[in-house]
Design a protein around this ligand. Structure first.
Ligand code: SME
Length: 154
């Protein structure tokens, strides 16, 4: 069964993004959309790769988080390195998980990849174990696909 709320957000997302002028503003709006609409999320935001190949904290909504994550480190760095989504049922069981908020129990990280180049990740934390569904993952991956066409990440 498709989630109507997710479908409606996806349908209007390109228009919503066009209203915002800068990349930062666009990513801030998306962070807000994610934390407001994916259930039980306590942190939603972006890490973007800098010229040294590290993930640097970008727009987000939630408690202040770690500023720099090396490629391959934590859930975010692993997702970026492997260029694949990581849906983690219990972050305490994920080797090398980086604790930013002690209330975070499960995590969904979707890499931003275009033409085999990774530009960063979308990161969502939940205070519930195993919070994220296949539907949530599909939604965030489709948000990512729209961002790739609407924003110049270079
Ligand atoms: N837990 C993440 C770090 C980022 S915060 O959750 C905002 C990780 O292991 O990569």
């Amino acid at each position: 069964m498709s989630n109507l709320k997710y479908e409606e957000i996806l349908e209007s997302l390109i228009d919503v993004l066009m209203i915002e002028k800068t990349k930062e503003d666009k990513l801030k709006v998306v962070s807000k959309i994610l934390i407001d609409n994916v259930p039980n999320v306590i942190w939603a935001g972006f890490y973007l790769i800098n010229e040294d190949g590290d993930l640097i904290l970008a727009p987000y909504v939630g408690e202040p988080a770690c500023i720099k994550i090396e490629l391959g480190a934590g859930v975010c760095g692993t997702s970026a390195l492997l260029m694949e989504t990581k849906k983690v049922y219990d972050v305490s069981k994920f080797p090398g998980h980086i604790v930013c908020d002690e209330n975070a129990k499960s995590e969904l990280v979707v890499p931003i990849v275009k033409n085999d180049v990774v530009y960063g990740v979308i990161d969502l934390d939940s205070d519930r174990l195993g919070n994220f569904t296949v539907e949530d993952q599909d939604f965030v991956e489709r948000v990512r696909d729209i961002l790739i066409t609407s924003i110049d990440f270079k």
